[in-house]
Design a protein around this ligand. Sequence first.
Ligand SMILES: NC(=O)c1ccc[n+]([C@@H]2O[C@H](COP(=O)([O-])OP(=O)(O)OC[C@H]3O[C@@H](n4cnc5c(N)ncnc54)[C@H](OP(=O)(O)O)[C@@H]3O)[C@@H](O)[C@H]2O)c1
Length: 209
Amino acid sequence: MNISIIGTGRMGRALAAALSAAGKEIQWASRSYDRVRELTQELGIHAEPVRMEQALRASLIIPALWHQDLLTWLPLHASKLKGKILVDITNPFNATFDDFTTDYHTSSAEELQKLVPEARLVGAFKNTFWEVFQRPEHNGLYSDVYVTGDDEEAKRLVISVLEGIPFRLLDGGALRNNRVIERMTLYSRELSKRYEHYPHVSWRLWGGQ
Ligand SMILES: NC(=O)c1ccc[n+]([C@@H]2O[C@H](COP(=O)([O-])OP(=O)(O)OC[C@H]3O[C@@H](n4cnc5c(N)ncnc54)[C@H](OP(=O)(O)O)[C@@H]3O)[C@@H](O)[C@H]2O)c1
């Protein structure tokens, strides 16, 4: 399965580095092709720099953009996203990081799926702060990535494709669970700021394996 990552911000870089380190073949695109080319060399990431057009041909696409930007980006590319697995990593935080831009009874994941109903949207990495990718182990444990979606096959494919990255991948259930998951991220941000270990913060469910 060919994978593309879009965006060279904190999460774009973290995901490109993690997937490349896990031996996945990835393509990486941005609004600036040159920036991706420079970054792959500078950071030693084994990713193929591609233009947006080509990145959209991949069967699994991870746009590492903000929810607000996806509100315009997704409809622009909707026809090319038909049937594609779209991994949604967004948290719909407001500009002051103390509330959400979506209503309580919905989530970024559900709202984005409505914009591209023919894409197979799978939520992941919403609780994983970019810094955790650099130091994924804490007290001998790796944090959880809750993988959510209403398309069971797409969700299973994402879990199997991500195998090998330094996280515990859990089936996070339906897309609507992102109402909780996205809120967990903001809450962990608040707590970790209070106890002064932000941004090295993530979630792991106790019990079981
Ligand atoms: N930061 C975290 O720890 C964290 C954790 C979990 C989830 N998330 C989620 O991950 C997403 C990205 O967060 P981030 O911290 O990586 O943000 P960021 O550092 O600001 O990067 C966002 C990237 O989006 C691209 N972009 C911006 N506007 C765009 C547009 N109009 N069209 C196309 N691309 C555009 C840019 O990449 P180019 O300049 O290369 O185009 C930019 O670098 C957010 O939705 C956030 O909620 C973040």
